[in-house]
Design a protein around this ligand. Sequence first.
Ligand code: HEC
Length: 127
Amino acid sequence: MHKSFIIAALLIAATGAYAETPRDFLTRFEKEAGAAASAERGARFFTAKQGGEWSCASCHTDKPTQAGRHAKTDKPITALAPAANAERFTDAAKVDKWFRRNCNDTLNRVCTPQEKADVTAWLLSLK
Ligand code: HEC
């Protein structure tokens, strides 16, 4: 085997630089949930307040193909739907970090794999 090939393979393994697509996240969350996602349930979850002051839509709007605004700081947030923003759902560190933070802000708990699967399915269905 050629030496440069081995080095390249090691580099990819070391940095975890696998390209991930929004579909990969949907597959992962469905697997963790042990059940299929429902885009319809995801839409309801995203736009409804869950006991707290905010819903996901408070910052991301109820049309996540458009840009949102942070409900507290008023900072612009680019569109969350992959059809409108190719960077969304391509980086596991980012996806996991923001699901954790935003679910805690919105629900005072982390989201379940089923909730993440449903939201991801809905966001993927938006054109
Ligand atoms: C208080 C405002 C706020 C609320 C409420 C909120 N988010 Fe976010 N969300 C953000 C900000 C800020 C970012 C990070 C900045 C960015 O990526 O544009 C973000 C990023 C994300 C990302 C990262 C996606 C990626 O690949 O870049 C996901 C997923 C996400 N939010 C889902 C949700 C879900 C699901 C809810 C409801 C449970 C929610 N958010 C509620 C502000 C909010």
